[in-house]
Design a protein around this ligand. Sequence first.
Ligand SMILES: [Zn+2]
Length: 116
Amino acid sequence: MDHAEKIIFRIQEDAWISSLAAYVLKGKKVALVIGNCIYLHGTKETELLESTAWLRHELMHVQQYKKEGIGWFLIQYGWESIRKGYWNNRYEIEARDAAKVIDFEKKFEVVSRRRS
Ligand SMILES: [Zn+2]
């Protein structure tokens, strides 16, 4: 990783898009990544930032978007989901693996919308 620049990401709580995802998926706590933003439903920014394995998982999705571009990622992700389902989707496999990588989250830096 050397001195590579950090990947910037954002977190948005109570976003309508994650509420919709929660409704469709019947989930209580949902994190949905689009581009470099993690949209939350039923949870808070602090909870995600403290849940290291979960955070790493979502950050891998941020990295995937960055690597492939939003449009191409969504097409590929959708295609993987249709063919293989959620669990065997290669992007989800990669994200589950990232959850175990020590310090993976240190490659990233959160930019808060809130100003102090
Ligand atoms: Zn995932």
